[in-house]
Design a protein around this ligand. Sequence first.
Ligand SMILES: C[S@@+](CC[C@H](N)C(=O)[O-])C[C@H]1O[C@@H](n2cnc3c(N)ncnc32)[C@H](O)[C@@H]1O
Length: 265
Amino acid sequence: MHEPADDGPGHRSRDDGTAMEAEFDTVARWTADAAVELGPDHFLPAACRGSGSPGAMRWLLDRLAVGGRDTMLDCGAGLGGPAAFATGETGARLLLCDPEAGACRGAARLFGLPAVRADSRLPFRSAAVDVAWSLGVLCTVDDQPLLLSELRRVLRPGGRMGLLIYVAAHPPLPEQPEGNDFPTDTVARAMIDAAGFTLHDSATTGDMAAAPPEWTERAVAVQDLLERRHGDDPRWRTAARQSGIMGRLLGDGDLVGTLYHATAR
Ligand SMILES: C[S@@+](CC[C@H](N)C(=O)[O-])C[C@H]1O[C@@H](n2cnc3c(N)ncnc32)[C@H](O)[C@@H]1O
């Protein structure tokens, strides 16, 4: 396993001043700092950055039937919140990867979970894992079929896969966060099938139980601290603009957080 900030063989640098770098590298690093300052009970809410609620993660973990003997990959793990949640709920051994150094370092710092720095060309053996999930990642990658085919490659036949994809309900969208490409549900299903998966179940994040109030309060406390500390920084404003657009699209029903449960054929 690589050290958190090392370049994995599949890593393509995004050290390029884009909105994605601001959001997933710089702000991830700041978020880990803020969570450490606020204390360990803030780590999980701070570090679940695309996965929505514990209810959505539990829905997937139940369907994926993750157990303590499984090796599970979190692809695009961000700050490691969902991976820490999964290992806490199931006892599975988690592997993490993400292209951004700030995210990989944060996962190690907050949860002691080492992450390989890699993008869609996953630096793992074929058929190496029993379960994989990728939460809020697919719409941020350039080549979505490549990421899905790589997930298929590293899963053993019959292995289970969970996705959270933000799907476009009525394209074209009225506005678009930079660097994102949202498939429709029909296109997402076709891509999942074409990559060699059989789809079993799906649900929308709106169907899931709301996060407990203390989870939401802690997530808000982290956001408030970040805003106070970095509110004047252009990288914060870029990331805040991105999440503002996401919030409006989700609030207006233009985007729908959709969970998919599939197995590798
Ligand atoms: C919205 S965040 C979600 C993070 C985490 N899955 C969660 O739910 O908290 C999207 C993550 O995908 C990562 N990412 C972007 N392109 C990727 C790629 N090609 N392969 C794997 N991860 C990627 C980003 O660096 C970022 O950490």
